[in-house]
Design a protein. Structure first.
Ligand SMILES: [Ca+2]
Ligand SMILES: [Ca+2]
Length: 89
């Protein structure tokens, strides 16, 4: 993977006429594999367990909703499977 320092990014805040400021501290950017639902840099049984626990659920905040459709289904499972599991558990 490319080191974080290899990326350039710009962030713009439109504060309108607000007198408030924005302060950013300790910002990290990293690549997260689509199937890595718990962000531990591995796609494994724990992620699959999370996906199955949310199976066919709808709504917001579902970590298993990989395609952002609002529902955890076969499309999400397929996305997770494409990541290539490193099953060690
Ligand atoms: Ca994981
Ligand atoms: Ca989905």
């Amino acid at each position: 993977m490319t080191a974080t320092r290899d990326f350039n990014a710009s962030v713009f805040f439109d504060m309108g006429s607000s007198p408030s400021g924005v302060y950013l501290d300790n910002v990290s950017l990293y690549y997260l594999a689509p199937g890595d639902l718990n962000a531990d840099n591995r796609v494994d049984y724990t992620d699959l367990k999370t996906l199955t626990s949310q199976w066919l659920q709808s709504g917001g905040g579902l970590t298993g909703d990989l395609d952002g459709s609002g529902r955890v289904d076969f499309k999400d499972f397929a996305s997770s499977a494409k990541t290539g599991p490193a099953v060690t558990d």
